[in-house]
Design a protein around this ligand. Structure first.
Ligand code: GRG
Length: 304
């Protein structure tokens, strides 16, 4: 159901997003200052501060707030998540992976700094993410910090983002990608990091294990939703561009939800995932849940 009644009259979602993105950008700016060696820090900052919607760090802050935590306690986690996300984009854009020239409306990291520096900028951001999370999460019980580190590490590694990427790369140009494999790729490439963001925010925010598991379910649904909507947008946008009913991804080789289940069923599936996500929020105070509620709707209805 795409049209559930909003739980909080007067919640200004756009203002919320702008304000939180500003806070995140400020924290990221501070987390990676310009210093020697200049070249590597310039390359790290180039991609990290390139603009991005900051959906993951905002989810992290919103989840901390949901369980009654202090937002300042989740800022290091939120920044670490965006560092990991950015490094995955830098590496994904490399010639040995997707070979993309543009990202966030700017030339990709390797186009500006060369492949060697882009690899290192990614490595350095990955390492800094964990250092930052471990050293800059203050006022939180150490066991909770360790828990947050563990969530992020498992989301990134060979059973997380890297798993999704390797299966995706191995599937390229093959015709055997069925719904199960497509879901595996998306759950690992996209949903795992969203899950770490939301769960990490609840963990450092002092959430109970019951609350943490509820937000994990929310995150899994919106993670897959993010990708189903992406696939739908790919089709509908390219059909608009082409002025045809069948878009690029209905005719190209790449497996997508609309291609494997049809556009209408993919839309229904997105609606089901949205409903599943917001159902988990019913157990929380509706005022505190409003940002996550609107974030789920934002992911479902975004136009780019
Ligand atoms: C993580 C160690 C490690 C290596 C990287 C390359 C790789 C392994 C994984 C690829 C991950 C990848 C590129 C996933 C796609 C994620 C995705 C949905 C990106 C788009 O996210 P948005 O729309 O982008 O939030 P902005 O620019 O707004 O942040």
């Amino acid at each position: 159901d795409f049209t559930r009644i909003a739980p909080l009259e007067g919640f200004e979602f756009d203002t919320y997003m702008t304000e939180k993105a500003k806070l995140v950008n400020h924290a990221l700016e501070q987390a990676v200052p310009m210093q020697e060696p200049l070249k590597i820090h310039e390359a790290m900052r180039y991609s990290l501060l390139a603009g991005g919607k900051r959906v993951r760090p905002i989810l992290c802050l919103a989840s901390c707030d949901l369980v009654g935590g202090n937002e300042a306690h989740a800022m290091a986690m939120a920044s670490a998540i965006e560092m990991v996300h950015t490094m995955s984009l830098i590496h994904d854009d490399l010639p040995c992976m997707d070979n993309d020239d543009l990202r966030r409306g700017k030339p990709t990291n390797h186009k500006v700094y060369g492949d060697d520096t882009a690899v290192l900028a990614g490595d350095a951001l990955l390492s800094l993410a964990f250092e930052h999370l471990a050293t800059r999460t203050v006022g939180v019980e150490p066991a909770r910090v360790v828990h947050a580190i563990r969530e992020l590490a498992s989301a990134v590694g060979s059973l997380g983002l890297v798993a999704g990427q390797i299966v995706d790369l191995s599937s390229e140009g093959k015709q055997d990608v069925d719904l199960e494999k497509l879901e595996y790729i998306h759950v690992h490439k996209t949903a795992k990091l969203l899950e770490a963001a939301v769960v990490g925010g609840a963990v450092v925010g002092g959430g109970s294990s019951g609350e943490v598991e509820r937000v994990r379910k929310y995150a899994r649904s919106i993670g897959l939703l993010f990708q189903v909507v992406d696939d739908i947008l790919d089709v509908t946008k390219s059909s608009e561009e082409l002025g045809k009913t069948a878009g690029k991804d209905l005719v190209s080789d790449k497996a997508t939800y609309p291609k494997l289940m049809g556009l209408e069923r993919a839309r229904e599936f997105a609606g089901e995932l949205l409903a599943e996500a917001v159902e988990e929020l019913d157990f929380f105070d509706s005022g505190r849940a409003a940002p996550l509620y609107y974030l789920a709707h934002y992911i479902a209805h975004r136009q780019n």
